[in-house]
Write a protein that binds this ligand. Structure first.
Ligand SMILES: NC(=O)c1ccc[n+]([C@@H]2O[C@H](COP(=O)([O-])OP(=O)(O)OC[C@H]3O[C@@H](n4cnc5c(N)ncnc54)[C@H](OP(=O)(O)O)[C@@H]3O)[C@@H](O)[C@H]2O)c1
Length: 262
């Protein structure tokens, strides 16, 4: 029997790409969104199709969350139903809160929390359980900045925290439709956005993270993809409304490392 599709926002690069590839490996058709990196988007589509899977890539700039409607429509037209909606894409202006302009506040809210909520509204009819069967899952990608203060991350951290609250409320509101809703909160990963944010300090941060993280290395997009897949699988059927921190233990150990001068 053919598997239901998954919709992954920001699928062209980083975590979203790894999530798309992981679901495709399990035989799910993928509909991925991206903003402007056409080459990266097409290389994902080719990789999935060469391996025998199905993939559609749709431009959707979440600065305008309404743009998600076209990708959900694509799922409905070509694949019918969804196993998962993964709300992954994010972008922000990294600034001190006191320097943040009104339009930047609106944009970061739109691309994160508003897109999760609007995406959930659009996807719920394709995710809900039919005939008493469990439905699909929604997974939001949060960030360490929702829990820890990072320089210039105040706006994004606040919006990620709002996503985690929405996850709890959506899990309750969508329970009657048998849709589970969870979030993954990654630590530091090697992706384009991390390199952009840390600039010439990136290699130093990689070394420090490997040194202080209990599992002894920086995380990868593939680490996150495995957890997202688990949160959408029947094996996690008793988990909903949760934010799972997946950081190799970094947050447990970071304060101890700073205290001991590591
Ligand atoms: N990297 C980390 O260490 C880390 C840690 C914690 C949380 N996270 C979270 O993980 C998620 C993915 O991060 P990443 O590091 O994997 O990012 P990334 O490698 O920089 O990739 C970003 C993806 O999101 C898309 N995107 C960016 N802005 C968008 C917009 N306005 N509308 C639609 N799509 C947009 C990009 O599309 P284009 O390719 O077209 O630009 C790309 O597919 C984010 O929510 C981030 O906050 C990351």
């Amino acid at each position: 029997m053919s598997k239901n599709a998954v919709l992954v926002t920001g699928a062209s690069r980083g975590i979203g790409r790894a999530v798309a590839l992981r679901f495709a490996r399990d035989g799910h058709p993928v509909v991925g969104t991206y903003r402007r990196d056409e080459a990266a988007a097409m290389s994902l589509k080719e990789a999935i199709e060469e391996a025998g899977g199905a993939c559609e890539m749709v431009v959707a700039d979440q600065l305008e969350p309404e743009s998600l409607a076209a990708s959900v429509e694509r799922v409905r037209e070509r694949f019918g139903r969804l196993s998962a909606f993964v709300a992954n894409a994010a972008s922000t202006a990294f600034l001190p809160l006191m320097d943040t302009k009104l339009h930047q506040m609106d944009k970061t809210w739109n691309v994160t929390a508003k897109s999760l909520l609007y995406g959930a509204q659009l996807c719920a009819p394709l995710l809900e359980g039919v005939g008493g069967e469990p439905g699909g899952s929604i997974v939001a990608i949060s960030g360490i900045d929702s829990q820890q203060v990072l320089p210039f991350h105040g706006l994004l951290g606040a919006c990620k925290a709002a996503m985690e609250v929405l996850v709890r409320y959506l899990a309750v509101e969508l329970s009657g439709r048998r849709i589970r809703v969870n979030a993954v909160n990654p630590g530091f990963l090697d992706t384009d956005s991390s390199r952009f944010y840390m600039k010439d300090r990136f290699e130093e941060v990689v070394r420090w993270t490997a040194q202080v993280t209990p599992v002894g290395r920086m995380g990868t997009p593939e680490d996150m993809a495995e957890v997202v897949r688990f949160l959408c699988a029947p094996e996690s059927g008793y988990i909903t409304g949760q934010t799972l921190t997946v950081d190799g233990g970094l947050q447990c150990a970071a304060f101890a490392a700073v205290s001991s001068g590591a």
